[in-house]
Design a protein around this ligand. Structure first.
Ligand code: DGP
Length: 113
């Protein structure tokens, strides 16, 4: 896997972020362009471009990210919230380092755009 993204710089502490959770596997921080009152990104410390590149060996990490997304939502007092993973540029992915958007704090329309 080649290239780095802005999230590598955030993980290294080279670019500041508004951190809400951190452990050995992942980091969660507030999105710089929030689409809702609560908008947090949960990212793995090891880079995976997106779910198109996920293998069975990634299942523990992916499960961990989902559990942490839910923990972060609870920490933010969200009972109704959405987890979003954009996979590919035509699906809205702009940073090619897997991330779960934790979005809440307002009514969320369905279907998404
Ligand atoms: P996506 O479009 O799914 O790839 O989401 C990428 C998100 O990352 C987007 O909502 C904006 C956010 N983002 C991009 N650069 C930065 C940054 O430097 N800091 C923070 N906190 N968020 C960023």
């Amino acid at each position: 896997m080649t290239g780095t993204t802005i999230f590598d710089s955030i993980l290294k502490g080279e670019i500041p972020c508004d951190e809400v959770y951190s452990d050995e596997h992942c980091l969660a921080f507030r999105d710089i362009q929030p689409q809702a009152p609560v908008h947090i990104l949960v990212i793995p410390r090891t880079r995976l471009i997106n779910l198109n590149y996920a293998e069975l060996e990634d299942k523990e990490l992916l499960g961990h990210l989902l559990i942490i997304a839910a923990r972060v939502a609870k920490q933010e007092s969200l009972e109704n919230w959405r987890a979003v993973i954009n996979n590919g540029d035509k699906a809205g992915q702009t940073v090619f380092h897997l991330h779960i958007h934790v979005i809440g704090g307002r009514n969320l329309a369905w279907p998404p755009g």
